[in-house]
Design a protein around this ligand. Structure first.
Ligand code: AMP
Length: 176
């Protein structure tokens, strides 16, 4: 694996999507095959010795990292989507955003009972979305031994809401 400084490949966009937010943009990782391969290879290295039966990922940027990881490990991908996108029978969960509510869904037949699912997203901010996603997977009878993000923002306190599930990332930013 070519060793890189991942920070060099993450575009920082101030005041997006609104004033005061520093947006960590991972499309600049996708645009660079060396950086993208580094992320997938690192994920495979981290989870090499842990039993992971499937990977679940959150729409839409989470899919981009979960799919190549699943391909590499030969395991299923479980898409977690915004309400109304999945055609089959779903489990769904409402959760609070700063000023509104959101709802995510998963096909109930995709959640393997008693299996160990690595839950992922591109970036972990408040952890609110991942917390709802974890609830969906647990409700479906699966285990969630770990949560993974390429980028993590611990100053937004996601550890508290995601406790007791361990959270791993490739890079952390300490403040905006
Ligand atoms: P969360 O607050 O952890 O529920 O984050 C929800 C989603 O918003 C995640 O999927 C992130 O991709 C995205 N997100 C939140 N904050 C940022 C940020 N500062 N930069 C980039 N993406 C963000």
């Amino acid at each position: 694996m070519t060793n890189i400084n991942l920070d060099d490949y993450i575009r920082k966009v101030p005041d997006f999507p609104r004033k005061g937010i520093l947006f960590f943009d991972i499309t600049s990782i996708l645009a660079n095959p060396v950086a993208f391969r580094y992320c997938i290879d690192k994920m495979a290295e981290i989870y090499h010795d842990m039993r992971v039966d499937a990977i679940a990922a959150i729409e839409a940027r989470g899919f981009l990292f979960a799919a190549p990881f699943a391909y590499k490990l030969g395991i299923p991908v479980i898409p977690i989507r915004k309400k109304g996108k999945l055609p089959g029978v779903t489990l769904s969960k409402k959760y609070d955003l700063e000023y509104a509510q959101a709802e995510i869904e998963v096909h109930s037949s995709d959640v393997p009972r008693g299996k160990r699912i690595l839950l992922t997203d591109d970036l972990i901010a408040t952890g609110g979305t991942l917390n709802a996603a974890r609830a969906l997977l647990l409700e479906g009878g699966a285990e969630v031994p770990e949560i993974f993000g390429i980028v993590a923002l611990p100053f937004l306190n996601f550890k508290k809401i995601l406790d007791p599930t361990p959270v791993t990332s490739l890079i952390e930013y300490q403040s905006e």
